[in-house]
Design a protein around this ligand. Sequence first.
Ligand code: DGT
Ligand code: CA
Ligand code: CA
Ligand code: ZN
Length: 579
Amino acid sequence: MTNTDVAAVFDELAALTRIADGTAQSFRARAYESAAKTIGGLPRPVAELSVADLRRVQGIGKSTASMIREYVENGRLGRLEALRDEYPPAFQELVRIPGLGPKRAVALRAALGVGDVDALIVALDSRAVRELPGFGRKTEENLRRAIDRLGWYGKERRTPILEAMREAQRLVADLGRLPGVDRAAYCGSLRRFRDTVADLDLLVATSDPSSVSRRLARRSWVREVIGSGDTKTSVLTHTGLQVDVRMVPERQWGAALLYFTGSKEHNIRLRRLAIERGWVLSEYALYESGKETVVAQETEADIYGALGMEWVPPPIREDQGEVEEALGRRLPDLVAESDLRGDLHVHTDMSGDGQDSLEAMLDKAVAKGLEYIAITDHAEDLAINGVGRDEMLAQRQHISRLRAHYPGLRILHGVELNIGRDGSLDYDDAFLMDYDWCVASIHSHFNLSREEQTARVITAIAHPAVDVVGHLQGRRIGRRPPIDLDVGAVLEAAELTGTAIEINSYLDRLDATVEVLLQARGRDVLIIISSDAHNTGELDQTVWGVLQAQRGRVSRDMVANTWPVDRFVAWARARRHGR
Ligand code: DGT
Ligand code: CA
Ligand code: CA
Ligand code: ZN
């Protein structure tokens, strides 16, 4: 049992406690969440600590300490089991419908027996919901629209990448530690980095599939085994996610990884190419048809190579031209994580929602090998999280003093501005022009018309102080749809003014979307891949932004933060002083 396992249990406990307490502000949930964070960061295995040891750790109270021991000793937690029974995965999904929330979901279940989204749709259709106290006709309409927008219907229901990735990383780590397992990886739509996935596809290399299957069925994260064969087991987790686990011998790894990563359409094209050469491509190998002679199977690159192709990065395996490009050795020169030299959207604890100090963020940036960074705390128009001029100027002084301590890191003093309903920004123009770097983003008014949203964003883009638009459409995958925008008009404005478009690396944002990025190709639009980190750990999340960029076929030369520091800083300076 690792600290990550225990932390995940407390995260789940926090989420279910929010439902039980009927409020996002639940102080118990916050305590569990901070315990999860603390446990995840402990240098020693939490399983080795006594209750007394645990209580000495800052951020772990008495009851949390005994719950940790309970879980470590029994592999289960009574309170969590009770909450799981009370609020099964389908009900949790109901709670997540925007505008419903825990209190009303509980009321719906009590009054109408509605326990999942499908039952809610039936109840809405029968007009039973509007009769309930506290609901009414307007609510009925809003709920219907919210469900429509989220596209949560029956089997079409998909899990957002944030939850899927978190779960997949945990499960892959867990499977990798099972006896008899040589290695494990996730594939399927998650490896292709789609925004949402229908299920998880995990691949395990082992010479003993039946014993791995037996062990798998007994893992604590398995709620139910829904199918089991010689080399495949399908299970449901406590969060309601289906997980297909395939077991293959190590030497077939490449062929299996290729097959189960897909997409199906990409696979079909590869299989046809194999047939044209008198071969067969299966999930086991590329082999000579009629004979059992293997042509390639150990790595994906071996198989692509045998087919006369370059290795195709998973995010673009969608049969949208990549097969021809890989055959012609002219795949786009996609940006990679190692190309990033700067991070231009970073918060410190001066932002209301920031967690780590300026120095901590800078130390981590140095440790990561970044050459430049812009500190961009929230400006004053963002209630609670933003700060006024005096604090901003004090931070500028602080940064000036710190520069001597960070000779290898160019530090820009920036800000994240809030784009108002009409496109207006914080402070005044003179104040804005004194920053080294300005991100401008939307944090409210998500439901305006396309005309209003487009005008608003273009107004911000056209402001001479604005260097980049943060999380362009304000979406939260699975929670809030993107704002309605005339993307062509926005990209044209970005091109004309030289304002960059951000790829925000938060897994529930990944904004700009792939659709926007594909439209940006062929235009002279600059992209910036940013972490939007609110703590030191999040500075590493640009890996996700890079995968999003790859999926959007963004090439290295489109990404301004791949530039060497002098070129980047000269460009940023010329934007505000040179015209
Ligand atoms: P999802 O689960 O809907 O988000 O998308 P995928 O791509 O993960 O689809 P899934 O889980 O049904 O299958 C995983 C991979 O297995 C898929 O990407 C390619 C491969 N695969 C599944 N069914 C077929 C098939 O009928 N033909 C071929 N060639 N490949 C398949
Ligand atoms: Ca899948
Ligand atoms: Ca599957
Ligand atoms: Zn931000």
